[in-house]
Design a protein around this ligand. Structure first.
Ligand code: A2P
Length: 343
């Protein structure tokens, strides 16, 4: 098998570190690997297959000179807007984890289990969808195939790692300070809040990303628009996205309205046969998916499947996945595997 020259941009970040991990764990065929980040991380060392590799600063000069073939990028929207076109201009494939390119019509927005066919050797920028969207559409795709989904109502419970390394440290720091007071103080001081918009320790925040004109957040509208682009433009979607004090693993309570009547056995069968899905639905033994159990795992977990008696052909599902893996790094590396099949 041919090997590829690969770069990871944002290698020092929460997702970037997992991209390194996934490239190594899944044995992506690499002949050479480069780690890039901002000037702040220049010279830092990160491990790859027992080797210490020095982090370089991402600059236009690096892109001009490099012979890298595939870039996995998770360095935020503005970095991506600036640098992805420079990679593309040099015919270097850039699989980007930010929201910068997702809704551009000619940019493939890919969950490999669903729409790898949208990849093409002529499309150099490829978008990795939003973490909450990936696990939801991945779990719903096999159901949609057997009984068309008309509408999705979803509430998310999203881990702090989705907001990056700084948010993980912020939760740790706030929680430690509150525990140290023996819960006499339940609020932290304003100076301990910066990565997230409000206190997250022993709390939850019904705001992810910024608010838009329609009073929804940008994260909520990502779930709406990306689901339509990946799964089916006819599906109606509405979402509430909530940040919860979990380190890793997004959870989602999803209500779907199907076009036809269906049995729970049919749904179970569809999920069991779905790619990279695991059904955990054994309420007698108190078994259902939870973020602590999904932490570090590759599949997406589905459970609590039940018919919604309040409305015809509606069902509830509970979907949990590691947001840094299937929600980000794993999905990006899976895209890279599908891409090299075309080269
Ligand atoms: P750095 O560590 O040097 O700041 P997270 O999502 O965990 O906050 O990580 C964001 C990642 O994006 C980090 O690796 C960060 O590097 C990287 N990054 C941020 N800004 C830039 C930039 N202008 N150029 C390259 N990488 C960047």
């Amino acid at each position: 098998m041919r090997k590829f020259r690969v770069a990871i941009v944002g290698a020092t970040g929460a997702v970037g570190r997992e991209m390194i991990n996934m490239v190594e764990k899944l044995n992506f065929p690499v002949s050479e690997i480069h780690f890039l980040a901002s000037h702040r991380s220049k010279g830092k060392k990160l491990k790859f297959k027992n080797e210490e590799i020095e982090v370089k600063e991402l600059t236009p000069e690096f892109i001009e000179k490099t012979d890298v073939e595939i870039v996995l990028m998770s360095a935020g929207g503005s970095t991506s807007k600036k640098y992805a076109p420079l990679f593309a201009k040099r015919k270097i494939y850039c699989i980007d984890n930010s929201s910068a390119w997702r809704m551009v019509p000619e940019v493939p927005l890919v969950v490999p289990e669903i729409n790898a066919h949208t990849l093409s050797p002529q499309k150099y920028i490829i978008a990795n969808p939003n973490c909450s969207t990936i696990q939801m559409v991945q779990a719903l795709y096999p159901v949609h195939k057997i009984a068309k989904i008309k509408r999705i109502v979803v509430a998310t419970y999203q881990a702090v790692s989705g907001a990056g390394q700084k948010a993980i440290l912020e939760l740790q720091n706030q929680a430690r300070k509150i525990v140290e007071t023996n819960f006499e103080k339940i609020h932290v001081s304003r100076k301990d809040i910066s990565a997230l918009p409000q206190q997250i320790a022993f709390n939850l925040i019904p705001q992810i990303d910024v608010f838009l004109e329609n009073s929804f957040t940008k994260e909520e509208m990502k779930m709406v628009n990306e689901t339509k682009k990946i799964l089916d433009p006819e599906i109606e979607v509405t979402a509430t996205c909530v940040r919860v004090p979990v380190i890793r693993g997004h959870s989602e309570a999803v209500n779907v309205e199907l076009e036809r009547e269906i049995s729970i056995e049919e749904i179970y069968k569809a999920i069991r046969n779905g790619e990279n899905l695991v059904l955990i639905d054994d309420i007698k033994n108190l078994k259902y998916p939870m973020p602590v159990d999904a932490h570090g795992k590759l599949p997406t977990f589905v459970g609590r499947i039940r018919k919604d008696p309040s409305r015809k052909n509606c069902w509830w599902l509970w979907i949990v996945s590691d947001n840094l893996l299937k929600g980000a790094a794993l999905n990006a590396v899976q895209i890279a595997f599908k891409l090299i099949e075309l080269l």
